[in-house]
Design a protein around this ligand. Structure first.
Ligand code: ADP
Ligand code: MG
Length: 251
């Protein structure tokens, strides 16, 4: 069993503090949703955990299984089991998904260890069958001319192949159409299990109709201001974020 503990995290971009003391613990097997209005720092949080160099952690810590990951480079964090699904994945014309994933899996292996082709394809096809992805899909160039839904499918397949301990999925304001939403939901529901923890960032309550979270956190102005179960998402849908703001003002 693994844990990802975010402890009193403060994150600044340039000299502006965006995340202002956020604490949260996710255990493997759990799905946590973070919801909150635009500009609240949700994407900043996920990028800081993944190790994006523009996002400076000024205070607090992020611990994977009790050990701080803040000194690790982004690729080392990935190898330790952190996966960041991109909100806007890059297009890589000329590189097939099959070759891209092979390089990604190889990169996570120990120095001198060689990924064997037949074993790789066996595993790839296993994952694709599990996710109901057509075999033809992996001969296409990574995200090149993909629809929103296909990009999401590519992210989910990466996640399935890399088998992270914790997956950070930032879906905020990406204008997910219903097709993309369904693909993300089916992917997460297929992959969720005792070995995976998910931090699902969204401001669509809709997504949480398909992925039932164990906990819902409301983020506002760089902090988590409210935590509850899936009914909190419904309450937010019905009452909006102003309700949380008003409650805060009177707290
Ligand atoms: P959310 O994902 O909740 O909408 P973000 O984390 O994207 O919020 O943004 C929080 C704040 O940080 C916003 O005011 C945004 O303008 C600012 N911000 C985010 N990324 C950058 C960046 N790379 N450079 C400068 N400001 C940024
Ligand atoms: Mg965002």
């Amino acid at each position: 069993m693994s844990s990802l503990e975010i402890r009193d995290l403060h994150v600044a971009i340039d000299s502006k503090e965006i995340v202002k003391g956020l604490s949260l613990t996710i255990n493997s097997g759990e799905v946590h949703a973070i919801m909150g209005p635009n500009g609240t720092g949700k994407s900043t949080l996920s990028k800081a955990i993944a190790g994006h160099p523009d996002y400076r952690i000024t205070q607090g810590d992020v611990l994977l299984d009790g050990r701080s990951i803040l000194e690790l480079e982004p690729d080392e964090r990935a190898r330790a089991g952190i996966f960041l699904a991109f909100q806007y994945p890059s297009e890589i014309p000329g590189v097939s998904i099959a070759n891209f994933l092979r390089a990604a899996v190889q990169a996570r292996m120990a120095e001198g260890e060689e990924l064997e082709a037949t074993a790789y394809y066996k595993r790839l096809y296993q994952k694709m069958d599990m996710l109901k992805i057509d075999r033809k899909f992996t001969s296409r160039s990574v995200n090149d001319g993909f629809s929103g839904g296909e990009k999401k499918r590519c992210e989910i397949l990466q996640m399935a192949m890399l088998e992270p301990k914790f997956s950070l999925m930032d879906e905020t304001d990406s204008g997910l159409d219903i097709d993309a939403l369904r693909i993300v939901a089916e992917g997460v529901n297929t992959l969720r299990g005792p070995g995976l923890g998910v931090l699902l960032i969204t401001h669509y309550q809709r997504l949480l109709n398909y992925i039932i979270p164990d906990q819902v956190h409301v983020m506002y102005d760089g902090r988590i201001v409210k935590t509850g179960d899936k009914s909190l998402a419904l309450e937010l849908e019905a009452r909006g974020y102003d309700w949380v703001k008003t409650e805060l003002a009177h707290a």
